[in-house]
Design a protein around this ligand. Structure first.
Ligand code: FUL
Length: 695
């Protein structure tokens, strides 16, 4: 025994020496800066869209509306900050200037600002109010300054670039620390331009001389991250619906891109061989539009939709940026506030209890140099600075988590130690079945800062996480398992051309109740058993209820206009034209034209009092034939036509949601929607749905 003792000491000291000698893996370049790392850790931020559009019911102002139109009477930035904090968001980015050129601060370089509005008697400065409030509430503050300015007389000349930089200097000098500067890619087109009222095109790649502007931001706010399609620090995710790529590399061949880059679809997955670290920001609005529209008060994203957004942004290696359209009072509308606060509660309850904290053993197939500092337990030590790593050259390796008693889980969360770069290309999650066989339950691509998988309820004693491909040895800092409660998903309501109303829900175990008289539905209302016929104008309100827990979904309202059963799409023999009247947003129909404009002509079957129309563009993955400039006509007889409305569907390319146009009521039997052009200048127009608004 005595003889053994020195031997054990010797083994121990040898082991210790060995541990200290094992080097950490070399970084896989590029790697994030300290500010980019902090930005990833913020996970979710708020966007604010507010300005003249709020008062004119528009998405893109033309730049001609008088500054005096800006008149919020109850503006309260503390209310914004309280709601945003309660929703779990960490920073706020404000549209200091949108495309209409109107400034929410009293810029000394233009008269088109709050100083010429009745708000605070022209003495107000919203950038100051909000940046001060953010500091008080412990939120970070950022600014959106639109490069496109439809008000400026000098837009498209070199003089404008000086004006733009002067405004940027004001914003980055007078309002304390800025965490993010947001440059939009939309620019160049028609506008007021100081009264010129014309189309001005710029070369998006060269006009702005971005390198000089970026250097200015670096000088004035060295810690601020710059967002645009192309970064340089944070990139757009290529859509405005809040969907990050399942494959999402935080790396990009940045030099190929610029704000307004036509190959923007590549921004969703990023570039596996990207030579710059430019992580994806996943932006979307809590309502269909970015600006407030009263007509969207009942179209606020439901909690279940917001949960999809959470898992498709933060859960896919992105930082979320959720927009709040401030209403015309100057407040976050109560419907928006209620849903986002409930959203935060739901995230907290989904991720409340990490089951891995009760694991009985964790084994790794390979540990770097067999060293303790890189062993499997590091993924479960609540320390973001430690990680499990394998030996160099080992790019397939696994961890097995073993429990004495079976557990049930449905969320799998994993994080890479991205300080050393994003490395994992592919991975799987397997469970051990009762007959002792491994069963693959997920096979996925990238991880990055954070990946959360939503899985069905899985019961097992052993879970295996397998890295099946990586750029270099994996470095995994964290794994967590949760058993999230069932979500009470919101129902969907549709009505087809024949007037048949169908109500569906992703969770088929929920009971569905509805009303037709405008009252709030509950378990005493009509129970939905099967599709039913409902013709004419109608409001259907539906709620889903869990019979056991009594938990309820949000109430969904579907407002239907006149019946389409006698409608006929004219000048076509193609039977598929019915797809645009079938109430199904996933089906579409297109018309090829020899030359544009292209018309959609419909016989409504009878004369009605029309006061507007609604158009839903193609909802496909790669949408085609989206109308940009339009004209809308009505006719009593299909021969004599009069124009009721014309203009643009602003921002439809990035946000292809329902477009609604209203006009003075007119008696009509025939309608014609004329596509003057499409966003991609095609000779094809594709429609997903079309509807009229009647009086
Ligand atoms: C877009 C803009 O054109 C929208 O109006 C909005 O500001 C959105 C965040 O970016 O490209």
């Amino acid at each position: 025994m005595k003889k053994l003792l020195p031997c054990i000491a010797c083994v121990l000291s040898l082991a210790f020496a060995q541990c200290t000698m094992v080097d950490p893996p070399r970084p896989v370049l590029p790697v994030p800066t300290a500010d980019q790392l902090k930005w990833n850790e913020m996970e979710r931020n708020a966007f604010i869209h507010f300005g003249l559009n709020t008062f004119t019911d528009q998405e893109w102002g033309y730049g001609s509306v008088p500054a005096a139109t800006f008149n919020p009477t109850e503006l309260d930035v503390n209310q914004w900050c309280q709601v945003i904090k309660e929703a779990g968001l960490k920073g706020i980015i404000l549209t200091a200037k949108h495309h209409d050129g109107f400034c929410l601060w009293p810029s000394e370089y233009t008269e088109y600002s709050v100083k010429n509005s009745p708000w605070r008697n022209g003495k107000g400065d919203l950038v100051k109010e909000l940046s001060d409030a953010c500091r008080q509430h412990g939120l970070k503050f950022g600014v959106y300054l639109s490069p496109w300015d439809r008000n400026s007389a000098v837009y498209s000349t070199p003089e404008y670039i000086t004006y733009f930089r002067n405004q940027l200097t004001e914003l980055l000098t007078n309002y304390g620390d800025i965490f993010e500067v947001w440059f939009d890619g939309a620019n160049g087109g028609t506008g007021y331009y100081g009264g010129a009222d014309e189309k001005r095109s710029v070369d998006r790649k060269t006009y702005y001389d971005w390198p000089t502007t970026i250097a200015l931001v670096r000088k004035l706010q060295p810690n601020a991250l710059i967002f645009s399609d192309a970064g340089p620090d944070v990139r757009w995710c290529g859509n405005e619906s809040g969907v990050g790529g399942k494959t999402n590399w935080s790396t990009l061949r940045r030099d190929e891109a610029w704000p307004g880059w036509p190959r923007y679809k590549e921004l969703n997955p990023g570039h596996e061989d990207g030579n710059y670290w430019v992580p994806a920001e996943i932006n979307t609005s809590v309502r269909p539009g970015w600006f407030y529209h009263k007509s969207e008060d009942h179209r606020v994203k439901s909690v279940s939709r917001l949960m999809d957004y959470f898992y498709e942004s933060v859960g896919r290696n992105g930082t979320g940026l959720l927009n709040f359209p401030i209403d015309d009072r100057g407040l976050i509308h109560e419907n928006d506030a209620a849903n986002v606060i409930e959203w935060q509660k739901t995230i907290s309850s989904d991720l409340a209890h990490n089951l891995l904290l009760e694991v009985d053993a964790i084994e790794a197939s390979n540990v770097r140099g067999k060293a303790r500092r890189f062993n499997a337990q590091k993924v479960n030590d609540q320390n973001a600075e430690t990680y499990w790593a394998s030996d160099d050259g080992v790019t397939s390796a696994d961890l097995v988590f073993e429990f004495d008693e079976a557990i049930t889980f449905n969320r799998f969360l994993v994080q890479e130690y991205i300080t050393l770069g994003q490395r994992v290309k592919t991975f799987t999650v397997d469970i051990l079945t009762q007959d002792n066989k491994w069963k693959e339950v997920a096979s996925e691509t990238t991880i990055g800062y954070k990946r959360i998988l939503r899985l069905p309820d899985l019961t097992t004693r052993k879970i295996r996480f397998r890295v099946t491909g990586a750029k270099a040895c994996p470095t995994i800092s964290n794994v967590e398992l949760f058993n999230a409660p069932q979500l009470i998903t919101s129902p969907r309501v549709s009505r087809n051309k024949e007037g048949v109303v169908t109500i569906t829900n992703d969770n088929t175990h929920l009971d569905l109740f509805y009303t037709l008289d405008g009252s709030e539905p509950d378990e005493a209302s009509l129970r939905y058993e099967k599709p039913f016929v409902l013709n004419g104008k109608a409001n259907v309100k539906v709620v889903a209820v869990d019979a056991v827990t009594k938990r309820k979904s949000d109430v969904v309202t579907a407002a239907f206009d006149i019946s389409k059963s006698n409608w006929k799409v004219l000048h076509t023999d193609d039977k598929r034209c019915g797809n645009i009247l079938d109430g199904n947003e996933r089906t579409s129909w297109h018309q090829q034209h020899d030359k544009m404009p292209g018309d959609l002509v419909i016989d409504l079957g009878e004369s009605v009092l029309v006061e507007g129309f609604r158009y839903l563009p193609d909802q496909g993955h790669r949408p085609k034939g989206i109308i940009f400039n339009f004209a809308f006509y009505t006719s009593p007889d299909g021969k004599l036509w009069s124009e009721q409305s014309s203009g643009e569907f602003s921002n439809i390319k990035n946000s292809p949601v329902w477009q609604k146009k209203v006009f003075a009521p007119v008696q009509a039997r025939y309608i014609r929607l004329r596509a003057l052009n499409t966003v991609a200048d095609e000779k094809l127009v594709r429609y997903s749905e079309f509807d009229v608004i009647t009086k």
